[in-house]
Design a protein around this ligand. Sequence first.
Ligand code: PPS
Length: 300
Amino acid sequence: MDSNDAKTLDHKLVAHKGFYLINEIHDPDDVDQICNLEIRDSDTFVVTYPKSGTIWMQQILLMLKAKGDVTAISELSNLSNAEVIPWIELRGNREAFISAPTPRQRVTHLQYQFLPPALSQKIGKVIYVARNPKDVLVSYFHFHKIANMLETPKSFEDFFEKFLRGEVFGSSWFEHIKTWYSHKDEMNMLFITYEEMIKDLKSAVEKISLFLGQKLTDEQLANVVKHSTFNNMKRIPQASYEQVPEDLLSHHLGTFMRKGTIGDWKNHLTVAQSERFDEVFLREMKDFPFLFSWDIEDFK
Ligand code: PPS
């Protein structure tokens, strides 16, 4: 057995109520308690399927809160973005949420069923960030190569099949988006896409600030945009995840901030894989009232 096999055997997913969690960093009993949390109107949950723009949204929310003043996170704070806007499902984070000061902002990859039902009574806010699933698949494949809590993919082909079967943390991309979207009108939900953020970050940031009721001047909004671009985020260690300890992320094997674009799937999927993906997509998403962007050229 080589070291790669050992890693594959050691880091397994755990199926919990039809949803895959990561053994090492999630506790199913704790995750079950999340739905009992008391929600305030001022709470915001950013909901994403993995690799859809979570850390980008963390940065935008933090910059909005700081009214565009990047020194608030880059020089003054030694806390990473993940510590300021943490994942609610990580071990220990649920309890910290209870005593956290208002406004509480959290991110989550969980399915709808695990979140407090109060969200469906329009208490608190939800920002759902969606990304075209071919790019999610590719980003997730590369992330599996650097994330030590996840199985190292045997090959792209193998990961492709696992993703389509939903045998990854987050389970099925299709179920995740369809379930959350089906509850959209019951919630205070902003549904936004990674692609529209790429296309016009300024409009996206304005939309988010309006949704959160945060009033910023044009200059402050311009600064939020400036410090949330891919290239600028890369330079902020708190935002780019380069501070994550090496035992969790093998930084020498790749970066969290990898490509940050639309259509990288074209460099990975064969024509046959793309056609198979399209078949599944058409079957699964036929009633979904939304069109995705698959190519950066769509915006040129
Ligand atoms: S995770 O692990 O689920 O929290 O990952 P997540 O943050 O959801 O997604 C990571 C991908 O988002 C890209 N990213 C960005 N793209 C454009 N602009 C900005 N500012 C930005 N910040 C993060 C990141 O590069 C990952 O995508 P890929 O395709 O791998 O580059």
